[in-house]
Structures are given as structure tokens and as C-alpha cells.
Design a protein around this ligand. Sequence first.
Ligand SMILES: Cc1ncc(C[n+]2csc(CCOP(=O)(O)OP(=O)(O)O)c2C)c(N)n1
Ligand SMILES: CC(=O)[C@@H](O)[C@H](O)COP(=O)(O)O
Ligand SMILES: [Mg+2]
Length: 647
Amino acid sequence: MIVEPGDLLAAINSPNDLKKLNQDQLVQLSQELRQFIIDTVSIYGGHFGASLGVVELTVALHYVFNTPYDQLVWDVGHQAYGHKILTGRRDRFPTNRRYNGMSGFPKRKESEYDAFGVGHSSTSIGAALGMAVASDYKGEFDRQHIAVIGDGAMTAGMAFEALNHAGVSNSNLLVILNDNCMSIDPNVGALKEYLTDITTSRTYNKVREELWNVLGKLSKFGPNPQQIARKVEQAMKATLLKQSNLFEALNFRYFGPVDGHDVQHLTTILSDLKSIPGPKILHCVTVKGKGYALAEKDQTLWHAPGLFDKVTGEISKKTYSTPQPPRYQDVFGHTMIELAEANDKIMGVTPAMPSGSSLNLMMAAMPKRAFDVGIAEQHAVTFSAGLATQGLIPFCNIYSSFMQRAYDQVLHDVALQNLHVVFCLDRAGFAGADGPTHHGCYDLAYMRSIPNMVVSAPMNEEELRNLMYTATLPENAGPFSIRYPRGEGVMPEWRKPLRKITVGTGRVVREGEGVAVLSIGHIGNYATKATQKLQAEGLNPGHYDMRFCKPLDEEMLHSILSRYKAIVTVEDGCLPGGFGAAVLEFMADHGYSLPVKRLGIPDRIVEHGTQDELYKECGFDADGIAAALRELSGKVVAKAPVETVLL
Ligand SMILES: Cc1ncc(C[n+]2csc(CCOP(=O)(O)OP(=O)(O)O)c2C)c(N)n1
Ligand SMILES: CC(=O)[C@@H](O)[C@H](O)COP(=O)(O)O
Ligand SMILES: [Mg+2]
């Protein structure tokens, strides 16, 4: 399906074309750009509300600044669709987030206009500051550096760290705070309240307003009220604003709040700001989902709604005649409530992903026991550690890839003190269309290296529930991680009674002979399909759902390694340091010598696509697993070398 741009948009192949328009035409261009985003995302999917909210800002930025020489850094990048469309990628936009198509986030290798690769939040100010300092060093004093950051992203420690540095750097940095009062869910925290406060004029604007009233009266007495105004404003900035404005206190010049949907006014302000040196911040107030009524109304749902009918607003849903398995995140959300009802020590923590993790269910049911702490993964972990010191049992739910930020907190604040914190790592393994910034490739490897940590992964909903329950038991009162993927499990009937799983025990899926596959987590269901294929071919492979990457089920491993001739390990995680590596270490430590083929995410960056496309690409979809088993069982001549542990 082809999506046609409007007349003005059709003529824009780069920001140079945009600069040929007069200021009056920018309103129409903004409308066309917004419509193009609506038309395309409704058919092809992707993030939605955030890009609609910055249409005018995007047009104004590319109109005023000399990109790509001036460096424009988008925070997170989920709002950068307009930027991509205006910078030569309009025709490719329908391939957004699809296999081999363009990335859903700015990416340096995709375009020279993408000054910095993003996906994880709150990096923009630090990166733009680095660019600004580099420009100073190189003598490129005419160069502008702009970070566009949302109010949600501004809540993260990284953003504060960068502001703190920028405030004393004197570098040419413009931070645009895109304040729409929303993260994915409603934004939270004291900073949000502060921004609302200055936006609604309770402090800064009140002072400014009163000043202008006084000046109006003064002008009756003097010949040059403008001069007086300037002097008083300077005095006001130096004293009152320093005290009343957070950003001014950090040596930023603060401008705003301004209407982020008035494209003409924005171009005027941005042009003025170009000539003001040093760190400065422009506070833009915008509406997430602007211009699409339903998206303005339910901003969380329309953050990334999937495909929809742009006329009726109906979001596509597959219909089935039989009950379908739930999403793992929902199993987590409902089980949290069940566990917390039975055990008053259990608490829930999420860094800004209540809907994404389904902790919102517990937040609604038990508001005093479940917390959204903002985009603050490090804090989420240390806060959980603090709760645990007081005998509580926090479940800290963080997407696997976002947890990378909090590695030190897991190690230093939780594991070193052997605190009872349960980490639920959602979106573990390939995330799909979000791509490499969001793939949860590394958690098995990084958790496995931490002393005291239990590292587990359920193969289905029932195991997830049982692992969650097991993690709360007094005998397991230490750090405990449970990883599961994005999407649905495999059990339509999943609400079974909770049962303890002994830590470090695997599960026999099927006994066989010759070759065996050892899987960890949900990907084991693909191994099941693979073994079924081979049975149809007359082979008899074994399959073991190991459940724990640490501690390994040593008894089961001894039994497998002494009975089978070759094994395949499968994980939806990185091969270096992961589950297969753990099995190899065990074999080396215990003197086993047999062929092993490890399947998992290779040691390279894997781009975006559906999860199934990526499993296939990396050779661990059902066909890939079956091929590995076949190869090892000697039915097919080996193409790729297998690893043999010889001692
Ligand atoms: C480190 C990290 N944590 C969480 C996320 C998930 N996430 C993506 S966008 C977003 C909300 C960002 O809010 P804001 O910066 O205000 O942008 P808006 O969507 O409102 O435009 C969140 C929590 C992320 N990308 N990176
Ligand atoms: C941009 C971002 O980081 C989030 O919007 C992310 O795409 C959410 O992923 P899920 O759709 O898996 O919750
Ligand atoms: Mg926001």
C-alpha cells in the first residue's frame, strides 16, 4: 500500500528544500507531515503519539538550524519519525521497523542527519554536550548542538548528570525540553510537578508577569521603559530566577514555557536562541498525540498502538475461535497480585513501565505496595535493595535491555549484601521491531556472573508463576532473577495452583537417545517443535528444559552428558557467557568430551524484525534447532563446525 505525501511535503527531500519555504507555509507543511505519519503508522505500525507531538518542533528545528552540520540529538528517538521523513527517508518510511527496513530510532549508519544512535532514554544531553565540547576543541564555534528531551526522559539520573556537567562547561548547547506531561504512562515524580508548576505560572511566570505590571506603571515616569525593563529583567534573572528556576540554578539560561505547536513562533525563538552562547534550555509545552483526537485522549494506548483504522480509530486485533495464551507480562501482573495478597512483604517496582510490565495491575489494586519510580533503572534497583533491608520482598521488574543500566546496582547494592530482591526481566531475548537497542540479549550472561544470583527462565506461563512463587520463599532469600520474553506464552489455561520449584532443577520434556537439546526459557517451545520434526523423521532426540542457568542442574547434566552422544544448547540470549557457555564450562570442569552445538544470539549486532524472523536469521527457530540436531546425529553432513570439548 502506498501512502502519498501532501504537495508541500512531496517536495521536501532534505532540510534544504524546507528552508526554501516561507514561514507561512510551515503551518501547512506541519499538517501534511502529521497526516503522513498518521497514514503510514496506521498501516505499518510503530510509535505514534510522541512523533505527532513534535511535528511543529521538528519542522522548526530543521527550518532554523543547519543540520546535519548543526547536531540534533533526539532522546529515545521514538518521536523522530518527522525528522526521518524530512531528512530524505520519506519514501522508505513504510519500511520502518520491518526486517531489512529502516530503524524505528535514529541511527548514525542510517543517515548523516542522525547525530547519535538512541533507543534507551536520557542520553541526549550528555551526547550533545560531548559534541559541543568537541566543537570547542576543534574551533568550530559556529556549530550548534541541540538535545531534544522529553519530560519523562528528563527524570533519569543520566539527564541530571549531563545538566550538572553542562552548567559549568560554557559550551554551545541547546536543550529542548519537550514537556507533554507524559512518559509512556503518565509521568511521575517531583520534577514532573515542578515542570507543571512553572508551566502553570505559579512561580516563574508569576514573577515575570508582576514585573511587567510594575514596568507598565514605571513607564509613565521615565522616557525609556525598555532600558529599565532590560535592567530589571537582568536583575531578576540573576536573583529571583536563580532561586526559583531549577535550570537557571544549574547555570542554564531558561526560556519558556512556549507553545510547542506554534511553528512560526518556534522558528522565531529558535533563531534568536542561535545567537545566545552557552548552555540554554527551551521549555516547550506540547500534547502527546497532537492532531489525532483518540491519541490525545488515551496517550498511553496510542504511544505505540499497533495497526489501526485511521478513520474509525479501531486498533486491529486478531480474533480467534479458541482461548489464546496470555502475554507473559500479564501472567507476571496477575501473579504479583496473587502473591502479594498472600504475603504482605511483597512489593512491586517499575522504572516507568507500568503498562509495559503489567505492574499497573498491582499499582491499581495495591497503590501503597507498587511503585513507578520514573525512568530510573539504577534507582529502581537500589530502592528495591533498601526495601529488602527492611525485610520486604521487592519484585523489581525491568526490561532486560534497560537493566543493563543498573548492573552495578544489582551487583553492589543487592548481590554483595545478598538481599532478597526478585528481578523480573521482561522483554528478554529478541525484542522484535524495536531492534538492537531493545533486544534483551545479555542478561543471562551478565546475571550469571554475579555471585549469589539465581538465574532462571520459564518455558511457559505455569513455570513463570512457579518461579515467582519460589523466589519469595525464605530458603531463597537472596537475589533471584527470572527472565521472559515479549509476547505470549503457550498455555491458554495458565492459572494453575502455585507450586515450588527446587532451585537448580531442570525438567525432562522428553527422554531420547543419541542427541539431546538443552533449552532455557520460552525458546524451549521451539526446541519442542524441532524434536517433533525429528521424531517424524524417525529420530529420537531428548529435550530438557533446564530452567536455571545458575545454579545448573548438575545431576541432570551428569545424566545427560553420560547418556547422549552429542548435545545442542538453545537460548534466546547472547552466546558469549550465556547458558550454552555455562554448559561448556560444566563439561570442562567435569571432564566430559562430546560434540556440542550452541544456538543463540551470535556475537554481533542483530538488527530489527519480528522475533521469528530474527530467530530464523540466527538459526534457532524450530528449523534451525532441528537442523542442528540432525547434523549432530550424523544424518546430515555437517556444514558448520561443531564445538567439541576435548580434555
Ligand atoms: C532507559 C530506558 N528506560 C525506559 C525506556 C522506555 N521508554 C521509551 S519512551 C518512554 C517515555 C519517554 O517519555 P518522554 O521522554 O516524556 O517522551 P514522550 O514519549 O512523552 O514524548 C519510556 C519510558 C527507554 N526507552 N529507555
Ligand atoms: C521507545 C521505547 O523504548 C518503548 O516505547 C518500547 O518500544 C516499548 O516496548 P514494548 O512495546 O515492548 O513495551
Ligand atoms: Mg513526555
